[in-house]
Design a protein around this ligand. Structure first.
Ligand code: MG
Length: 369
């Protein structure tokens, strides 16, 4: 049986690697549609080898992206669009009954409650995480009774500044922040990995994918990025998933689920891993991590506001307008805006997008004390 795929955000890092996985399994996977935000030529070039339809959001409009997500000849939609722009296409695909492989964690950060209405059981056949830590949890939890799970641990590489003197963080350049020690990723998620906003988002993602309350999701720094996540059971056993840091592996697991076939990713040997180390997350080094967790505890308004603030903050950092340590300041302001918002606990799609826009407008202006 061949699964027919659409890849939204095909020209990005995850999109391109998804196409490599498809190419490795031509009998099982076929691409019928690709979309990109701009970058029409690159998207068309990627589509050529696959005889797939192409939609470019800037040229064809968002409705064309939604139509591609809902198309009748599609079984599985890979959502690899960065940021909140992925929310509407994800919901459109789920509404149309498609399975979704989701790399856009922001969708769960701002709209996890809306996603779960379509997929009440969380991660599984219809909602497939493409995130190395959540793929690891998904594998460790397979066949286990969820009631026996005590807690889970997500690992974080700690980004390029995990060993930098704290006093130098305000001076780091864009080039330094984009130099991730283990993963090759797009600019937004690379900066989010340096601030650990990404790990905060992954805690929220774990809650929506696996029904885990926040006090049972931990994160630790693990510089080798070999152990991707661990599950602690009530009998004292711990299951972990280990693999080379190569996103093609979690992508393939999601696309072929529940089957395991050989993969283009390199095999794993303990000799290559040498030693595995773990250490706690330092709050003073990663203030953004604490802010995202606080937002998670407060609920939808806070996570929507922090997500909007972070997208804005990363763009401004990449343009050289704010310092690396200035990102946390914008996230703090977002928490204050959320506290005054009056937004309910389960806002609908329009309310989410309206509040997102409101936060971006408010934060684009200088702070009023
Ligand atoms: Mg991850």
């Amino acid at each position: 049986m061949q699964t027919r795929l659409t890849v939204l955000g095909a020209t990005g890092s995850i999109g391109r690697q998804a196409l490599e996985v498809v190419a490795a399994h031509p009998g099982r996977l076929r691409v019928v549609g690709l979309s990109s935000g701009s970058n029409g030529d690159a998207c068309a070039a990627l589509a050529r080898g696959h005889k797939a339809r192409v939609v470019v959001r800037e040229r064809d409009g968002e409705d064309a992206v939604l139509d591609l997500a809902r198309a009748r000849d599609v079984d599985l939609v890979v959502v690899a669009i960065p940021g909140i722009a992925a929310l509407r296409p994800t919901l459109a695909a789920l509404e149309a009954g498609k399975a979704v492989a989701i790399a856009a964690k922001e969708v769960l950060v701002v709209g996890g409650h809306l996603v779960r209405r379509h997929v009440p059981d969380g991660a599984g056949e219809r909602l497939r995480p493409i995130d190395s830590e959540h793929c690891a949890l998904w594998q460790c939890l397979r066949g286990e009774d969820r009631a026996t799970v005590e807690s889970v641990t997500l690992t974080a590489s700690g980004g390029p500044f995990r060993d930098a003197p704290l006093g130098e963080l305000s001076e780091v350049t864009v080039a330094m922040a984009l130099r991730h020690p283990t993963w090759q990723m797009g600019p937004k998620v690379t900066i989010d990995s340096a601030t650990l906003v990404n790990k905060g988002y992954e805690v929220i993602e774990a809650r929506w994918l696996f029904d885990l309350p926040y006090d049972r999701v931990e994160a630790v720094i693990h510089p080798e990025s070999v152990v991707h996540a661990l599950v602690r059971f009530r009998d004292g056993s711990v299951k972990a998933q280990l693999a080379h840091p190569d996103m093609r592996l979690p992508i393939q697991y999601a696309l072929l689920y529940p089957e395991r076939l050989s993969s283009p990713a390199a095999g794993f040997g303990l000799a290559a891993a040498r030693s595995l180390t773990f250490r706690p997350i330092e709050p003073e080094r990663y203030p953004c991590f604490g802010i995202v967790l606080e937002a998670a505890r407060r609920g939808a308004a806070a996570t929507i506001a922090v997500n909007a603030a972070d997208e804005l903050a990363v763009e401004r950092f990449l343009r050289g307008e704010i310092s690396f340590t200035g990102i946390a300041g914008l996230l703090e302001r977002a928490l204050t805006l959320a506290a005054r918002s009056g937004l309910g606990a389960q806002p609908d799609l329009d309310a989410i997008l309206a509040f997102d826009a409101e936060v971006r407008r408010a934060l684009a202006a200088p702070a009023v004390v």
